[in-house]
Design a protein around this ligand. Structure first.
Ligand SMILES: [Zn+2]
Length: 134
């Protein structure tokens, strides 16, 4: 028996697509920074709820430790291609923390949990709801 039908999902669903270079960059940067958190700004575009990530930017004045990562948003140039933020969770949970949601930047928050493999990448919106990765 098939559990998933082929019915189309409801229209407002948001998706995110991350190109291979960015995906590799995110995973290797997370591994490099471990056991500290890694943090990077995501560049890309968004159209009709579909987010495309095609680049990474190192935020100025970023700071990070084992349980936090951040940067002063006011130092970021106002650039419409900065669509969100990525950071790693060395703790192994890919869920956004309350602090993460408070410091939400842009449209999407990508979190990669230890051990930083492809399956450990999750994307969230500003209310903490998952965004499907395509
Ligand atoms: Zn976090």
């Amino acid at each position: 028996m098939k559990i998933f039908s082929k019915k189309r999902p409801p229209p407002p669903e948001r998706t995110i697509s991350i190109n291979d270079d960015v995906r590799d960059g995110i995973l290797s940067y997370s591994k490099m920074r471990h056991p500290n958190e890694a943090i990077l700004v995501l560049r890309g575009k968004s159209k009709d709820g579909a987010i495309t990530v095609d680049g990474l930017v190192v935020p100025p004045f970023s700071h990070s430790g084992p349980t936090f990562a951040g940067f002063p948003h006011s130092f970021l140039p106002h650039d419409k291609s900065y669509i969100g933020m990525f950071h790693s969770h060395p703790s192994g949970s890919a869920k956004p923390s309350v602090t993460d949601l408070h410091n939400f930047f842009g449209l999407v928050s990508v979190i990669v949990a230890f051990p930083y493999e492809n399956d450990d990448i999750c994307a969230w919106d500003s209310s903490g709801d998952p965004i499907r990765i395509t």
